[in-house]
Design a binder for this molecule. Structure first.
Ligand SMILES: Cc1ncc(C[n+]2csc(CCOP(=O)(O)OP(=O)(O)O)c2C)c(N)n1
Ligand SMILES: [Mg+2]
Length: 325
């Protein structure tokens, strides 16, 4: 496929921005700034950047505990992201939700559930609403390889198939569900693409380290979904670079295999492609890097200065007010 230069540079900016954000999060966590856990998505950025490059105004997104940097790809500001992550006022739940619960309705980000898989039903419900509104928009619903084996995922995908809903399920297969290898949790090698036929959905399986391969497949499938044909599945096959959460030394896996995967770096892959084609110079890479770092540091500095939630607000916004006629 041939790509307009602007599209390639847009993808590069997102990819590099997400990498810098993922790396900075690891540092912040090590310094004790982040309450709770972080599940680093470093190394897996192409599996959502390539997909999100096909999005349109008005689309909706369900992300996961792993692809946190994707929020910035769909326009959630770094200030918002860091206020929520660092537990400050200024985040969507005023710091009470934390890293796993970033949401932004205006940007189409519908949030995620801590109980994995339950939110696939919610995202599928959102796609039903989009269909009823005849909006021409769709939902991008991300989930991990392990999550695909949960009951609610099966039920939601079944109904999405029956009702031909406008939703693309993106299964980020990074080979592990905490310490369980994908081969121990699923009887077929590809838990996303391999199961799609059972729901009447077309599917593609792509190399998650090649952002252009991810983009091509996502483009074809999202065009299919947008045209009213119903849902589809994209499985991105990559590898989790770090432990399940920071602090997990991942002794259950072969370090040599992990090292091999680390060499397949999605950011470097796109950089080499763009340099070969004379579309990007070292000086331009440096300029994009500095600009992105400054925006991220602004978000962190803003959050560090923001107030913490007051103890008296601890029960606020937990229950909806009773509906009155
Ligand atoms: C219903 C439920 N069971 C277990 C957990 C604990 N848990 C959190 S992340 C995770 C692993 C998920 O694996 P996968 O879907 O492959 O995503 P990955 O972490 O690899 O990105 C588990 C089991 C949970 N949050 N919810
Ligand atoms: Mg996984």
């Amino acid at each position: 496929m041939s790509y307009p230069k602007e599209k390639l540079l847009e993808m590069y900016r997102s990819l590099l921005g997400d990498r810098i954000l993922e790396e900075r999060l690891i540092e912040l966590y090590a310094q004790g700034w982040v309450p709770g856990h972080i599940h680093s998505g470093v190394g897996e950025e192409a599996s959502y950047t390539g997909v999100l490059a096909t999005r349109r105004e008005g689309d909706c997104y369900k992300f996961t505990h792993r692809n946190v940097s994707a929020y910035s790809d769909v326009g959630v500001s770094y200030r918002h992201i860091f206020c929520e992550i660092l537990g400050r006022m200024g985040g969507n739940s005023e710091g009470k939700g934390g890293i796993n619960h970033i949401a932004d309705k205006d940007k189409g980000v519908i949030g995620m559930a801590g109980a994995l898989g339950c939110d696939i039903a919610i995202a599928t419900g959102v796609s039903y609403a989009l269909k009823l509104q005849s909006s021409g928009n769709m939902v991008y619903c991300f989930l991990g390889d392990g999550t695909t084996s949960r009951g609610p995922v099966h039920e939601a995908m079944n109904w999405a198939g029956v009702w031909k809903l406008p939703i693309l399920y993106i299964v980020n297969n990074n080979e592990f569900s905490i310490s369980t290898h994908v081969s121990e949790g699923c009887s077929i090698p590809n838990p996303g693409a391999g199961r799609a036929a059972g729901y009447g959905m077309p599917a593609k399986l792509v190399d998650a380290t090649d952002v252009l391969e991810v983009y091509d497949a996502a483009k074809e499938l999202s065009d299919y979904v947008r045209s009213g044909n119903g849902p589809a599945v994209l499985e991105t096959k990559g590898y989790r670079w770090r432990g399940h959460f920071e602090g997990d030394q991942a002794r259950y896996r072969d370090a040599a295999v992990a090292n091999e995967w680390h060499k397949r770096d999605c950011v470097k892959n796109l950089e080499s492609y763009l340099k070969e084609k004379d579309l990007l110079s070292d000086a331009e890479i440096e300029a994009i890097r500095e600009e992105t770092k400054a925006a991220i540091e602004d978000g962190i500095a803003f959050a560090e200065k923001a107030e913490q939630p007051k103890l008296s607000a601890i029960y606020d916004n937990i229950f909806a007010e009773p509906y009155e006629n």
